[in-house]
Design a binder for this molecule. Structure first.
Ligand SMILES: Cc1cc2nc3c(=O)[nH]c(=O)nc-3n(C[C@H](O)[C@H](O)[C@H](O)COP(=O)(O)OP(=O)(O)OC[C@H]3O[C@@H](n4cnc5c(N)ncnc54)[C@H](O)[C@@H]3O)c2cc1C
Length: 321
């Protein structure tokens, strides 16, 4: 019988594991993919917005050669923490449902059943993209995840969206020799784009290296083109590849199966939980990290989400003392 089962080995799930383990509790993490699976899926040459000390967990220093850590630095850092703390991380095992009650829960996974006294849900939001809901979105040359520019050199690429991920992808592919067209629902590049990225994109649009269509929505995607509705009427943009970088959302069906209730007063459908302990309305079931924001995916990130671990660990240690 575990004291704590954590669902998700992202940075916050790892923080929860080491903080609860340090309180003397018997802990395991169940992760459906690789260790820090979301970070594994991020763009290959991605640079974090945060400085390294803001991504640290469990007091482990995160020294880097750069002012802002790269994806590779973070992948290395989190695997070293997991190994040094001898965390019980069970990878490529998916959590499916939760039955029972606090002190006597049964978690069903893709590999079997695991008894546990408490459960922490740290499942993030990166697995489910916000779909456009247009014909052709499921074609093989459409992706909701950007990795690197090199397969698009000397090709036409459409990027949908104008927030940080779209901005960085558009700039990177342009510099690698792709001809990028940006399709933006709003009237301008989002104000939420980081201050050191936004002018770069705005200037590339102004000089015509990137074509941008603002106040424009996508109506269909075909194998050769993307159909959009601009303020001047319908337009067909020929393209070799489409990146629909329109954000992601948590797995609400899974949260429902686990018994996490959404807050009826929150327009982002964030889970209902006690901010002092992160316990949900189901006793013994806790939420941590970005999943706490529901569809408001920039409410919690690593910088602030990692602190949920201490709150939950303190509560559980008090309860079992
Ligand atoms: C491009 C990009 C750049 C970013 N830069 C920064 C930054 O500079 N600073 C910052 O603080 N934040 C940044 N973020 C946000 C940050 O990466 C996330 O906030 C962070 O990953 C959240 O950690 P988490 O542990 O809550 O969730 P995640 O890291 O998403 O971890 C959730 C884990 O749960 C697993 N999981 C899901 N469902 C199941 C299941 N049913 N069974 C088992 N396992 C499951 C997933 O596979 C995943 O590994 C960035 C995000 C992106 C996309």
């Amino acid at each position: 019988m575990l004291d704590v089962l954590i669902i998700g080995a992202g940075p916050v799930g790892l923080a929860c594991a080491l903080e609860t383990q340090r309180k003397g509790l018997k802990v395991a993490i169940i992760e459906k993919g690789a260790l820090v699976n979301s970070l594994v899926g991020y763009p290959t040459n991605m640079e974090f917005f945060s400085t390294p000390e803001l991504l640290e967990i469990g007091g482990y220093p995160f020294p880097t050669a750069h002012y802002k850590p790269l994806r590779e630095d973070a992948l290395d850092y989190y695997q070293r923490v997991a190994r040094d703390e001898k965390l019980d991380v069970r990878l490529h095992e998916k959590v499916l449902k939760l039955e029972g009650e606090q002190g006597n829960f049964i978690i069903t996974t893709s590999k079997g059943e695991i008894p546990t006294r408490n459960v922490i849900v740290a499942t993030g939001f990166y697995d489910l993209p916000n779909l456009l809901g247009v014909p052709g979105e499921d074609l093989p040359h459409v992706s909701h995840y950007y990795k690197e520019p090199y397969q698009h050199v000397l090709q036409n690429v459409v990027v949908i969206g104008a927030k940080n991920s779209s901005a960085k992808a558009a700039l990177q592919m342009t510099r690698a020799g792709a001809k990028v067209t940006l399709i933006v629902r709003g009237p301008a590049v989002s104000d939420s784009v980081k201050y050191w990225i936004r002018p770069d994109l705005v200037n590339r649009i102004a000089e015509g290296r990137i074509t941008a269509h603002f106040n424009t929505t996508v109506t269909a995607i075909t194998p050769e083109a993307i159909e959009v509705l601009t303020p001047d009427g319908p337009l067909r943009v020929p393209t070799d590849f489409v990146y629909a970088l329109t954000g992601y959302h948590p797995d609400e069906a899974l949260l429902g199966r686990l018994g996490v209730q959404p807050d009826p007063d929150d327009e982002a459908c964030a889970p209902l939980f006690d901010p002092a302990t992160h316990q949900t309305t189901r006793p013994g079931l806790f939420v941590a990290g970005t999943v706490c924001g529901g569809r408001a995916t920039s409410r919690w990130f690593i910088e602030n989400g990692r602190h949920h671990a201490q709150l939950i660990a303190a509560h559980l240690a008090g309860q079992t003392a």
